[in-house]
Design a protein around this ligand. Structure first.
Ligand code: SF4
Length: 369
């Protein structure tokens, strides 16, 4: 749909204009954005953009706009508190049984809503130094409670297959590390990187690898992207999805339904639908929590349970994720048996609830005798 085909990733605002992906009249603003936040649009992603649609959902994710120059109160350079929970360089240890291992700071594409937008992008420290890598590995080795290591960044699949194989082997050699989860956008942004060699690299002996795919619109799951995911799943690597709820991209029930169905068709279990984080200059892409809950309610009524992600909010500052979807179980004030139970346990056993079904109808539980 982009006006001119090209072979390499576009990184300069003038290139975006030259290829019809941005207006010349916006160039000065886009240059200001690009001076602060990384820009990259792969040929495959650019081809998905309808340059004649000013509200194109793919363009909204990747083409910079002047709106990014305005920060809102509450937005923060480290919105989910990575730094607060980083005991050594490259590691974020927020929950007892798992750590994030941030290997690289580069991505195939740069999302305009990225919660790590102040930390990712090309620069002098695009990957961990050898010393930092060794320090991070030692930390994981010394903490026997770490069951799962989540490789993130940046995008770990920007590394070469040989480097990935070494990293997977290093982690799998640690007895208590049983799960290695890779967070990536590469299968949709640059599917040709998911080579047979890369797939083989992820299959380290001694640990189970899971891949979490980040995609926000069904159009991102092109034939090439689906083939890349199939290479992973066919090799026995289970996949889950993560998406961000984004205003003007996927904040309507039909679009979310298409996305979740597409994931499941690709053998990817919908896992997380993230509420937009308070990253600087991203307010124009965030919805309200009430909108998100309403969409989740609508999704529940439209698609199979297989297609239901958890709608989650990362609590600003680093307290972790909480599910923030709608509640279908509400206490009813009246307590069966008169409410004069002698102890709390009996009162709880007698409690009655209102349960809301997928059509919004309210039912009593247990039912009225
Ligand atoms: S791929 Fe992930 S880390 Fe990279 S810019 Fe997008 S959201 Fe941020």
């Amino acid at each position: 749909m982009s006006s001119k085909a090209f072979a390499t990733t576009l990184r300069e605002p003038a290139e975006l204009v030259a290829h019809g992906l941005a207006r010349a009249s916006d160039l000065a603003d886009i240059e200001k954005v690009a001076a602060r936040y990384a820009v990259a649009v792969t040929p495959g992603v650019a081809a998905l953009i309808d340059v004649n649609d000013p509200n194109d959902p793919i363009a909204r994710q990747f083409i910079p706009t002047a709106a990014e120059l305005a920060s809102q109160p509450g937005e923060h350079a480290d919105p989910i508190g990575d730094h607060t929970h980083s005991p050594v360089v490259g590691i974020v240890h927020r929950y007892p049984d798992r750590v994030l291992f941030k290997l690289v700071h580069v991505c195939a594409v740069y999302c305009r809503f990225c919660f790590r937008r102040e930390m990712v992008g090309p620069g002098s420290d695009t990957a961990l130094s050898d010393a930092a890598y060794a320090g991070a590995l030692a930390y994981i080795r010394e903490h026997s409670e770490i069951w799962e290591v989540i490789l993130t960044g940046g995008d770990p699949l920007m590394l070469s297959p040989r480097r990935m194989a070494d990293i997977m082997a290093d982690l799998a050699a640690i007895d208590h590390v049983k799960i290695i989860r890779i967070h990536t956008r590469v299968p949709v942004a640059d599917p040709r990187r998911v080579t047979e060699e890369m797939v083989a690299a992820l299959k380290a002996r001694g640990a189970t690898c899971w891949v979490a795919l980040h995609a926000n619109h069904a159009r991102e799951l092109t034939g090439e992207a689906r083939a890349a995911c199939a290479r992973l799943v066919d090799a026995g690597i289970p996949m889950v999805s993560q998406s961000v709820l984004l205003r003007g991209v996927n904040d309507d029930a039909a679009t979310l339904e298409d996305l979740m169905r597409a994931f499941v068709e690709c053998r990817i279990k919908p896992y997380y639908l993230h509420h937009g984080d308070l990253a600087p200059g991203t307010a124009h892409l965030r919805t309200t929590l009430a909108d998100g809950q309403e969409l989740m309610r609508a999704l529940r009524g439209r698609v199979s349970g297989l297609c239901q992600p958890d709608y989650v909010l990362d609590i600003p500052g680093g307290a972790g994720k909480s599910p923030v979807g709608p509640n279908y179980l509400l206490p009813q004030n009246s307590v069966a048996g008169g409410g004069n139970a002698p102890d709390g346990r009996e009162a709880r056993q007698d409690a009655r609830y209102r349960v809301i079904d997928y059509c919004g109808e309210v039912h009593m539980y247990p039912p009225q005798p």
